[in-house]
Design a binder for this molecule. Sequence first.
Ligand SMILES: Nc1ncnc2c1ncn2[C@@H]1O[C@H](COP(=O)(O)OP(=O)(O)O)[C@@H](O)[C@H]1O
Ligand SMILES: [Mg+2]
Length: 445
Amino acid sequence: MRLSRYFLPVLKENPAEAQIVSHRYMLRAGMIKQQAAGIYSWLPLGFKVLRRIEQIVHEEQIRAGHIPLLMPTLQPADLWRESGRYDDYGQEMLRIKDRQDREMLYGPTNEEMITDIFRSHVNSYKDLPLTLYHIQWKFRDEMRPRFGVMRGREFLMKDGYNFDLTKEDALHAYNRHLVSYLRTYERMGLQAIPMRADSGPIGGDDTHEFLVLASTGESEVFYDSAVTDIRLGSREIDYDDKAQCQAVMEEFTSLYARTDETHDAALFDAIPEERRKSARGIEVGQIFYFGTKYSEPMGATVVTPDGARVPVHMGSHGIGVSRLLGAIIEASHDDKGIIWPEGVTPFHAGIVNLKQGDAGTDSACEAIYGALKARGLDPLYDDRDERAGAKFATMDLIGLPWRITVGPRGLAANKVELTSRRTGVSEEMSPEAAVARVVEIYAGL
Ligand SMILES: Nc1ncnc2c1ncn2[C@@H]1O[C@H](COP(=O)(O)OP(=O)(O)O)[C@@H](O)[C@H]1O
Ligand SMILES: [Mg+2]
């Protein structure tokens, strides 16, 4: 993309309504525009990051053996009467009537609908195990929408649902989700710690929330600092291997880590004092096992090998896709702007032309731009007729992890500058070497 032809409505001033840094930078970098309280348009730069995050979520779910589908945003109220949640859900649910006076709602989550799909098409234990998921917009009429996309009313969520014959199989699905979520967040450059949580309106006893530590987080958390040393890294996972998934789950959840809802002071005080931490965190996902809570009232049953009919064991598993943009920025920024991790950056590298209109720098920039694109990368070329300072400020604000700076003085010695947004360190090298380095950086992702 050439910046002169892009749509990047950067704001010079700090928007008064933004209380936290991620919201401020998303507005300033022209990523989102508020349309109503908690409802946003995703402008091109924000939309690009949203799509990258979605893509990682899809890849990791598919790797775990989970199957994508797409359910609608609008749902009939009757489905929710079957589970008893139509009345329980209260004011957070946006209720709508169509022209025939039928009661509808904008889905805040999809347990009922997926259970309806399951019971309509699945009859036998032979069709299990099964995990279906989608990435779809949700609406919750939050009392206090705030912090931009962090607590929206309309927000994008990945929600997945497992159907299993036995509790043991369903707990394997739970572990599979836990492991796949760890990998998902790590690919986004995030450390999200699974913490024992409270199940709220979904129901059930087994649940973990994934929290990114950040001072602006809405949740209060208590943990043993040793949990922050554990990484999944690049280890091979066989998602069909029950023992391996169980072992990873235990590795990540046996140290103390809880949200305030389940915090137990006596257990916490047993941790050596120097490792006892309390902090704030952003909830970026949650997994649940809730047994037959929905399958029983809604008649989602299968025939067992000995001919009996039993309700299936279920769980649901969510990732806050749109919230993740805010969480990543809270975890990765400085006073000049965002610092995107390579895994989710909207463009792989920025190219800054220090002397637009100079035949030599123009053609060197074009060559770099073409070479990066030819290698399958997505560069952003700042080809505007602007001062160098303004170009650098824009690049720093929008946070591309790598910048190639091209000016007449360097070119005279066949040199450009490659700068890391994270460290601020610049290195001089030939244009070809800069392209090769950027290609190499992204090769493993
Ligand atoms: N209002 C919201 N705005 C943005 N993301 C949200 C919102 N509510 C929930 N999410 C995200 O969706 C994920 C799954 O939702 P869920 O656990 O059902 O939400 P909650 O715990 O808030 O009831 C959460 O972990 C969170 O990351
Ligand atoms: Mg939750």
